[in-house]
Ligand binder design. Structure first.
Ligand SMILES: [Zn+2]
Length: 169
């Protein structure tokens, strides 16, 4: 992340929905303390909101370290509010002591993966499959050549293939 990127994200802070990955990369660069504090604050807040408490705590610790290191410098004033927030996040995060992994699917429900798009197809939803290797696909892929075996047409059940597949069952 470049210096100008950080500055820009500072200007548009009130409507930051910035990519959290980008923010995390930002914290790994050697930035000037005020910029680094800002990047860490954003990353810490987002990690905390996502209930990734271990990650949030590590950002909070870095914020506190920076605060200590620059406590006697001019920028310490602007940092004290960040440090206060970091302390609070650190305390709360340590109490939770865990990362909750963000998941895209409902783990209560069983599902299959579409072999083309790698998206889950939940039980009860329409799906189609390769008659040769039984790889599952979203219905929109029927008629395409199977990505797994490269042999059969998805969704096509011919007599020959049906008898072949029944012998594999
Ligand atoms: Zn196949």
């Amino acid at each position: 992340m470049t210096h100008s990127n950080i500055t820009r994200s500072k200007n548009s802070q009130q409507h930051t929905r910035t990519n959290k990955q980008k923010n995390r990369y930002g914290t790994h660069c050697s930035l000037q303390p005020p910029h680094l504090v800002l990047a860490l604050m954003v990353a810490m807040t987002q990690a905390y909101k996502l209930k990734n408490f271990i990650t949030a705590a590590s950002f909070a610790r870095r914020l506190l370290e920076i605060n200590e290191r620059f406590a006697s410098s001019k920028s310490s004033k602007s940092m004290s509010s960040a440090a206060k927030k970091a302390e609070k996040v650190l305390k709360l995060s340590e109490r939770q002591g865990r990362n909750s992994v963000k998941i895209e699917y409902d783990e209560q429900d069983s599902f299959m993966l579409c072999c083309e798009t790698m998206t889950p197809i939940y039980k009860g939803n329409k799906k189609t499959r390769c008659p040769y290797c039984f790889a599952h696909y979203l219905p929109k892929h029927s008629g395409e050549v199977c990505k797994i075996c490269g042999v059969a047409q998805i969704g096509l059940e011919t007599l020959g293939l049906v008898s072949f597949s029944s012998s594999r069952r």
